[in-house]
Design a protein around this ligand. Structure first.
Ligand code: F6P
Length: 413
């Protein structure tokens, strides 16, 4: 058995991030000049069968024997194609399908026996992420002929059918179970030596970002008064800044904007989204500004005057100090990390990702990609007339603070 070639067989229920992972691996291997191709059963299904048939849950019923035969046929077609790809110049063949039953996986192991084979199970049971992923799925062309509620019901039923035959990886010779939201390996088993595995393992657990545009919401009344927290809207200048941002980004393709649940980030995002062809705003509570507890809505001067102990304690250790009944940078950090994972999971195949957050939030997001000592994190510069452009790839790191307001200044000059 030659060991410099590899079959990667994905496995997992629908909407668990398999195709996103397949694309990530494809890009990563290709960057290393490793010839890689994806073989996706769903694509064959969509090419060879009418959409009205394959979008229906019944097509996935374990009692629909005609459909089972068709699905087996597409799986076999992809196995043959993958085998012939590796027999020729290909090095890595990624088979992207649900592969939920042990029966299907046995067939794959038996047929693809000329090179090592690694199963990767994608697991993610975060309900909020699942709901959002399902919403995205039902917007695909496959469901375009169905109204949204119907598409959602069909998709959920499809998942239930797959659950009936789902057996987790166990007997297979080589496998990795991956938490596809956290990019964390939960379990692994190795029987055969896999030459590319060290490289692959590293890809699986790396958060890479092509272009992250990290923006702070534009000016609010509270900002003018140096007042913290609350849920204020934008000032006139804030609206103009949002327009300038929209103008600046209109030539870039932004498919998703992730915001907090606060009005100021949503309004900033709405202005930007209005100048994009297709852009969805997804509000994540994880990106809400630091909760200032009993100090919410106060100005810094008021806190210093009315609660000098709070003011001084925070000054003495701003990273670790938690406002009474509120948060510190340290306690916020896990939820910000969770927000980053969710945003990256949902952003899927788009190369540009935009987050519109707040001062403390953006400091923590920045420090996720750019190392800063904890004591310095609460002082990272987060202006409202600039944004951070971050590229964080295995072979490239870039952080630039950029102005977006040339249009704004031109307009008001
Ligand atoms: O002042 C704007 C703001 O976003 C407040 O809502 C928040 O409490 C503060 O910034 C966080 O910054 P710092 O940690 O420097 O007080």
């Amino acid at each position: 058995m030659s060991d410099d070639k590899l079959y990667i067989v994905l496995m997992g229920l629908p909407a668990r991030g398999k195709s996103t992972l397949a694309l990530r691996l494809l890009e990563a291997f290709r960057k290393d000049h490793i010839r890689t191709r994806i073989f996706n059963n769903g694509n064959l299904r969509r090419i060879y069968r009418p959409l009205d048939e394959t979008s229906r849950a019944e097509f996935y019923s374990p009692r629909n024997f005609a459909a089972i035969a068709l699905r087996d046929k597409f799986a076999r077609m992809n196995m043959e194609r993958a085998r012939s790809y590796l027999r020729n110049s290909g090095q890595v063949a990624i088979l992207d399908a649900t592969n939920a039953s042990r029966r299907r996986r046995e067939t794959i192991e038996t047929y693809l026996n000329d090179h090592p084979l690694l199963f990767i199970e994608c697991i993610n049971d975060d309900q909020e992420i699942l709901n959002l992923s399902i919403l995205e799925k039902t917007r695909l062309p496959e469901f375009s002929h169905l109204e949204y509620k119907k598409a959602e019901a069909e998709f959920l039923k499809r998942i239930d059918y797959y659950k009936l035959i789902y057996t987790p990886l166990k007997m297979e010779r080589n496998f990795v179970c991956l938490d596809s939201l956290q990019n964390r390996i939960i379990k692994e088993k190795h029987t055969d030596p896999i030459y590319l595995f060290a490289r692959l393992r590293d890809y699986l657990v790396t958060d890479e970002v092509k272009n992250l545009f990290l923006i702070r919401h534009t000016q609010t009344e509270y900002n003018l008064e140096d007042r913290i927290g609350g849920n204020p809207g934008l000032t006139i200048k804030g609206k103009e800044q949002a327009e300038a941002l929209a103008q600046f980004f209109c030539a870039k393709k932004i498919s998703y904007i992730f915001t907090s649940s606060k009005i100021r980030t949503k309004r900033t995002a709405e202005a930007i989204a209005s100048k994009q062809d297709y852009c969805r705003i997804i509000a994540l509570k994880e990106f809400d500004e630091i909760n200032a507890g009993i100090c919410e809505g106060m100005t810094y001067a008021e806190i210093e005057k009315k609660m000098p102990d709070v003011f001084r304690a925070r000054e003495a250790n701003k990273y670790a100090y938690a406002y009474p009944e509120g948060e510190s940078y340290a306690t916020m950090k896990p939820r910000i990390e969770e927000g980053i994972k969710k945003a990256f999971f949902l952003n899927r195949h788009s190369h540009n990702i935009m987050i519109i957050g707040h001062q403390a939030v953006n400091r923590l997001i920045l420090s996720h990609f750019l190392y800063r000592r904890e004591v310095d994190v609460p002082y990272i510069y987060i202006p409202q007339d600039r944004f951070y452009h971050i590229v964080s790839m295995q072979n490239k790191k870039l952080f630039e603070l950029k102005r977006y307001d040339k249009y704004f200044y031109k307009k008001t000059a």
